[in-house]
Write a protein that binds this ligand. Structure first.
Ligand code: SF4
Ligand code: MSK
Length: 661
């Protein structure tokens, strides 16, 4: 990896250089100009009241430094960390709230532009919620499901609905340590209360509430969002698409959807190919309309429709600098406000669409699910009208890579045995036999403070070389996509012998794109299914599995890391630790959490060490489970993996085809 480069993505680097030559500043330049304050970055600065900010620094700061109120360094570092968890949980969960209310509006006939696309998934979710669905009208079931899910946000007492989707033993650990979330809003609210001046000062007690809040994200907010999105727009199954800046077309209107919430993007997908839209584009001199995505909205429509992606977080300004984007819609989360000013140097129209988020200098067209199509058409027309204003100014890129995305929990189950024998048995068996050494969730943002996407690329190639299967989400998945890593060929060229065999037998890439950052919930349910299948750990903790977020930057990433740790997955984040200043808080996140939950949260800036730690965790878990010692190319006995032909054979012999999973 070229450490001097701003991005590991050659095409991104080319645009950054072009920007430099044209005096255009991006996040990469600003990251160089603004160095993080070391006191704040390490968690030692408290500004929760106006007697501060208090900087708890100096020799023996851990024992001796005090804020004006007397707060110690561990208290301050833990409080700061907790507030990140609360913000991350709030972000995912507020997104989920919108999805759940949309499902209710669809079920009650108030959002006529949407429908229940995946009835099978609706029934599956109804089953989790103990809602009767046999013989009932679909919308009646959907209404009950939506109302039940909405309860999770405002519940004051009791337990979140999806608790029972976790393995029993995992639940027992949560119960023992008092971290079962009651309701999403209650946990976020209590975390904000406890971190107000003069409330909770015990770092362990604070961080325990942090885990409860994070679980409300993973097992409620994020999981609700994933499920409702599947119900409304379809559960993903593998789909071919393309990634990187070459997806923009010179002779077509380029409309890009960016942000997180899929409602507007899905509606645009729905209406963009209407004959009137195409005719209107042609009347303005374009050959057609090219819909593309960025960041996690891109992941949502890539997973379900094969809409091409221009990549993750750090690509948003660079996309505008191609000069080819006619309109860019943004809603919530991970949108750089810089794009509004930047767009003025080009012809791009930046359109904010959420009632929750505006950017000065951007156009605002508020999305309303009750008239979704009308708004989508209005936005498409703005992009078309703007096509004529395109100038030659910008760094046009032609490079793009094929991508296979769309690996949902349900599809992964299906691909291991077809509709009638769907299970996680082959995956567990491949791990038991040492063909697959372990599983890594490679997730999180991309970051201009490191050669952006470079850590994802390094870890992806090294891990699969060591026979580690990767499941990827968010901008980590986008980083792999724009590197050309999301194809089955990648396995042939780079994977270790065992993983390669598995990928060839099933016909999958060694890196499975599972969706947006809210879809990390899919990893939780996959891990639960593996525990239930047997032969490995009977809880999520203790699996040969690790989470890695090498380039994280958002508070959502912290919430995700914590819900994985609480669920039993050791997690390694890249970059400097936000609790570095306190040895005690670091000890709680690593040693104490591992003892209690078999999960942990580490921060490690060196990618080589991240790799080493991940493999070490995997090997130690294999040893504890008494699995065959991993040796490349040497496998134990296992059941024969089922290939596509065998799967079809079973299906033919069974009932008529009624859907993919
Ligand atoms: Fe300082 Fe205490 Fe106020 Fe924090 S809460 S700013 S440590 S006085
Ligand atoms: S968008 S949270 S930069 S993954 Fe989901 Fe990407 Fe991180 Fe945002």
């Amino acid at each position: 990896m070229d450490k001097a480069a701003k991005s590991a993505n050659k095409e991104a680097e080319q645009i950054i250089d072009w920007g430099k030559a044209h005096g255009i500043e991006t996040c990469f330049d600003r990251a160089e100009k603004i160095k993080p304050c070391p006191i704040g970055a390490s968690g030692a600065c408290c500004k929760v009241c106006h007697m501060g900010p208090c900087r708890l620094v100096g020799k023996n700061a851990e024992e001796e430094a005090r804020g004006v109120c007397g707060a110690t360094l561990p208290t301050v570092a833990a409080r700061n960390f907790l507030r990140m968890i609360a913000a991350g949980t709030a972000a995912h969960s507020d997104h989920a709230r919108g999805m759940a209310f949309t499902l209710l509006a669809v079920a009650t006939g108030q959002a006529k532009d949407f429908k229940i696309t995946d009835v099978r998934k609706l029934y599956r979710v109804a089953g989790y919620l103990n809602i009767e669905f046999e013989g009932r009208e679909v919308n009646a079931v959907a209404k009950d499901v939506a109302e039940k899910l909405i309860e999770d946000f405002g519940r004051q007492r009791g337990e979140i609905n999806y608790l029972k989707r976790a393995p029993k033993k995992t639940q027992e650990r949560w119960r023992k340590w008092g971290i079962i979330p009651r309701g999403i809003d209650r946990e976020v609210c209590e975390t904000m209360h406890r971190t107000h001046i003069g409330v909770d000062h015990d770092p362990d007690h604070l961080l325990t509430q942090g885990l409860r809040t994070a679980l409300a994200d993973g097992w409620a907010g994020s999981m609700i969002s994933t499920d409702v999105t599947d119900i409304l727009f379809g559960t993903p199954q593998p789909v071919k698409a393309e990634a990187s800046f070459g997806i923009f077309k010179k002779d077509e209107v380029n409309l890009v959807v960016h942000g997180h919430e899929p409602l507007l993007a899905e509606t645009i997908v729905d209406v963009v190919s209407e004959p009137e839209m195409t005719a209107y584009a042609k009347s303005k001199g374009a050959k057609g309309i090219n819909l593309a995505g960025m960041c996690c909205t891109a992941n949502e429509v890539l997973m379900r429709h094969g809409i091409p992606t221009a990549g993750g977080f750090t690509n948003q300004e660079l996309g505008i600098m191609t000069g080819l984007i006619d309109a860019l819609t943004v809603d919530v989360q991970c949108i750089m406000p810089a794009i509004a000013d930047l767009s003025k140097k080009f012809h791009t129209k930046v359109i904010t669409t959420s009632e929750k988020a505006k950017i000065q200098g951007a156009m605002h067209i508020e999305f309303d699910e009750h008239r979704a199509k009308e708004i989508a058409r209005e936005i498409i027309k703005i992009a078309i009208d703007n096509f004529q204003n395109r100038k030659a100014y910008g760094e046009h890129i032609t490079e793009k890579f094929p991508v296979i995305a769309g690996f949902s929990h349900e599809y992964i189950e299906y691909m291991q045995g077809g509709k009638w024998r769907a299970s996680f048995r082959p995956l567990n068996d491949a791990i038991i036999a040492g063909r697959i050494r372990g599983v890594v969730g490679l997730a999180g943002c991309d970051n201009p403070r490191v050669p952006s996407t470079g850590l994802h690329r390094f870890l992806a190639t090294e891990l699969i070389k060591h026979d580690v299967l990767i499941v990827s989400t968010g901008c980590g998945a986008a980083a792999c996509g724009t590197a050309g890593y999301l194809t089955p060929e990648m396995a042939l060229e780079n994977a270790g012998p065992g993983l390669r065999e598995v990928c060839e037998a099933i016909g999958i890439p060694p890196i499975l794109h599972l969706g947006a950052c809210v879809d990390n919930s899919r990893i939780l349910t996959i891990a639960s299914a593996m525990a239930e299948e047997g032969g490995l750990s009977d809880e999520i903790g203790g699996m040969p599995a690790v989470g890695i977020a090498p380039e994280w930057m958002s508070e959502k990433a912290i919430a995700i890391g914590c819900y994985f740790a609480a669920s039993g997955v050791p997690v390694i984040f890249g970059g400097e630790s936000p609790v570095e200043a306190s040895k005690e808080v670091t000890r709680i996140l690593t040693e104490v959490w591992f003892e209690r939950f078999k999960g942990a949260l580490h921060f490690e800036p060196d990618p080589e060490k991240i790799l080493e730690m991940a493999l070490d965790y995997i090997d130690k878990a294999r040893e504890a489970l008494k699995l065959k010692k991993y040796e490349p190319g040497k496998f134990g006995a296992e059941r024969v993996l089922m290939d596509m032909a065998a799967r079809r054979e079973i299906e033919r012999a069974a009932k008529p085809h009624i859907g993919i999973y």
